[in-house]
Design a protein around this ligand. Structure first.
Ligand SMILES: Nc1ncnc2c1ncn2[C@@H]1O[C@H](COP(=O)(O)OP(=O)(O)OP(=O)(O)O)[C@@H](O)[C@H]1O
Ligand SMILES: [Mg+2]
Length: 635
């Protein structure tokens, strides 16, 4: 094939893009970026088949049927087999024709015959539909963002603040600043899922009214459930669920109790059960009609105004009353699964919170490097006679305490990691660059490396200590993790949430005198492992390294134009340091060596998110290996 005439294909309609169609183009590019990244990283397409075009303009990939070449104008290679598309794509056909590929659908059609497997639906129709939903929601969010950022720019200037984080500190208390930053930081969604913003069952109005990236405030109804129809799981400091609720949401609890009494009911017979406003109308009323009819579930009750946090379904009360986070089921498909809140999470959240709290007390927070949002109390519907845990997965709640975490006086501001990677309102770079630069102009490469070292240490040290010494995996991905920054903008500590699906390795926990009761139920995959530590390790590597530190390194490397893989080497050095810190305390030297080798010398295990989607989630634990970019000699 003659490639010498390759030039950037020009779209005839390029000149007439309106601002909104520009958003459409950007959303399509976003979808293409994610799809291409996953296709090569997961080995669905073999990156070894990429070759430079003869004339030096971009790279080519051979397409199987009909035989032709796919041309990428700018496909950048970053560590860990990360292929980032930043330019045009075209199909070079055998007859010399060149066809522009500018949608994810078109790319899928061209590449499907070259996949290393046949998807569950041969045309990948479900994937295409979910990508279309993501694109539509991405456009909506970016349109909203333009005016939100515009308003923030004015407010930041008027306050004379040094940037968004500084402004949030000056304008709001820490609790309010943290949740607003979390909502603002929801813009990008999961960093590489091709269906990053899919919400197929929601209308545009619903997406806008319910999603954090629109600064939504959503009502949560406090319903009432007969107490013998529930399973209650509590941390040991809680004696009584209803009293605990009354202590944390005093006005709401009073109005809830008054409502029951007005109906002539005994308050002591009932439990308060929060229900997400959308879920109440679209699922609970129909699905639990028999329970409502039988007087087991009362749907009247006060509403709490809440802000959805980045996960969409964990809500922070927004009023004067304050109160813990409320994590809820919503019968909506988001990103990769329906957001139910199953019995396993209700049982394991408080149990794991208890074990980690005990460990942090013994270990002084691993040198003050780790805090958690404890999941103090969980409730799920469980019929007194039927005793079926599965029935409760859409009628359940987990309360996540905020005291001392969001309400704090130590000058530390928790910023959810995904927010650090979103573009700052100034438009100058990712939010994290405000903290790196610290108000004195663009930081030098040496200063960026020094900042990243502090950052990586704040994440890696506690994650590796609690894993090696206790067998606990922290799922420290971008949405579960906040970094606590001091007033000077230095990363000092990690604050982590979301333990319901947390994985643990029981032999290590037991060896240090801790007991974690596993949740065992038919059809539910185990999360407390006895024989093999691998699933626990891959959880740490996927969340903490692949989805989090790797992304921070990519963003900083690009923004500051850093050379090569320097930040990945820093990551490796900090991992070495964390292993060295744990070594004197590990009786089993073989385990230490083996784990060090896995973290530093072997491929990074990560979830095959695209392959799982294309296989209709017939296996939720598919994973692949990425070349380890920390690859250390002798590890
Ligand atoms: N940067 C991000 N990384 C991962 N997930 C993200 C990100 N931004 C938004 N999300 C969304 O957050 C959710 C993450 O799912 P996950 O199971 O970790 O949390 P959860 O259990 O639903 O809630 P929580 O973390 O509040 O306990 C998904 O819906 C995902 O789309
Ligand atoms: Mg989460």
């Amino acid at each position: 094939m003659n490639n010498s005439s390759l030039a950037k294909p020009v779209r005839s309609d390029e000149a007439v893009f309106s601002p909104s169609s520009d958003l459409a183009v950007r959303a399509q590019k976003n979808a293409l970026y994610r799809l291409i990244r996953c296709l090569f990283a997961e080995g669905i397409l073999d990156p070894a088949l990429l070759s430079p075009a003869d004339d030096g303009s971009g790279v080519l990939f051979p397409v199987r049927e009909p035989r032709s070449m796919l041309w990428f104008e700018r496909l950048e290679r970053a560590p860990a087999n990360t292929l980032i598309n930043r330019g045009a794509i075209a199909l070079l056909q055998g007859d010399g024709q060149r066809r522009l590929i500018d949608t994810a659908d078109a790319l899928l059609d061209v590449l499907l015959p070259s996949f290393d497997f046949v998807p569950a639906d041969a045309g990948a129709e479900k994937l295409k539909a979910d990508i279309a939903s993501s694109i539509a929601n991405d456009m909506l969010a970016r349109r909203f963002r333009e005016s939100w950022d515009g308003a923030l720019r004015e407010e930041i200037a008027a306050a004379g603040a040094g940037g968004l984080c500084d402004y949030m500190r000056r304008r709001h208390g820490i609790r309010q600043a943290a949740i607003l930053l979390d909502q603002w930081g929801s813009l990008e969604g999961h960093p590489f899922y091709p269906t990053w913003k899919t919400k197929p069952s929601l209308s545009e109005e619903e997406v806008t009214a319910l999603s954090p990236e629109f600064a939504a405030v959503v009502p949560v109804r406090i319903a009432a459930l007969r107490k013998e129809m529930a399973h209650v799981e509590r941390m040991p400091h809680i004696a009584d669920a209803r009293q605990w609720f009354a202590a944390h949401y005093p006005e709401t609890a009073r109005s809830w109790a008054t409502g029951l009494a007005a109906r002539g009911l005994q308050v002591a017979d009932w439990l308060p059960l929060p229900i997400h406003g959308w879920h109440l109308e679209h699922h609970v009323r129909q699905h639990f009609a028999p329970e409502i009819e039988q007087g087991i579930l009362l749907l009247d009750g006060p509403d709490i105004a809440t802000r959805p946090s980045m996960s969409f379904r964990t809500m922070l009360p927004d009023g004067e009353e304050g109160g813990p986070f409320i994590k809820l089921p919503v019968a909506i498909w988001l990103t990769s699964e329906q957001r139910s809140l199953q019995a396993k999470s209700i049982h394991m959240g408080p149990r794991i919170s208890t074990v980690i709290s005990d460990i942090l007390a013994d270990e002084q927070g691993f040198g003050g490097s780790l805090e958690i949002f404890t999941e103090d109390l969980g409730i799920h519907f469980k019929h007194a006679e039927r005793q079926d845990d599965a029935e409760g997965k859409h009628l359940s709640v987990l309360f996540r305490a905020t005291g001392g975490r969001l309400e704090r006086e130590d000058g530390l501001l928790p910023v959810t990691v995904a927010a650090l990677l979103a573009r700052a309102p100034s438009g100058d770079g990712p939010l994290i660059s405000e903290l790196v630069d610290g108000g004195s102009g663009m930081a030098t490469a040496a200063a960026v490396v020094a900042f990243f070292r502090m950052y990586a240490r704040a994440v890696i040290h506690p994650a590796v200590q609690i894993y090696l010494l206790y067998g606990i995996a922290l799922e420290a991905h971008q949405q579960n993790t906040s970094i606590l920054f001091d007033r000077e903008g230095r990363p000092v500590r990690m604050l982590i949430r979301d333990f319901g699906d947390g994985r643990t390795y029981a032999p290590l926990l037991r060896a240090r005198g801790h007991d974690l009761r596993p949740y065992v139920y038919k059809g539910i995959l185990p999360t407390v492992f006895e024989d093999d530590i691998e699933p626990v390790r891959s959880f740490v590597i996927d969340a903490c390294f692949v989805c989090h530190l790797h992304e921070v390194a990519l963003a900083l490397t690009r923004h500051y134009g850093l050379a090569g893989d320097i930040l990945w080497r820093v990551m490796g050095e900090e991992t070495e340091r964390a292993f060295a810190a744990a070594r004197p305390r590990m009786a089993d030297a073989r385990l230490w060596h083996a784990e060090r080798h896995h973290f530093l010398g072997e491929g990074w295990s990560t979830r095959s998110v695209l392959r799982m989607h294309l296989q209709k989630y017939s296996n939720y634990r598919l994973q692949h290996q990425l070349p380890n970019p920390m690859g250390m000699a002798g590890a």
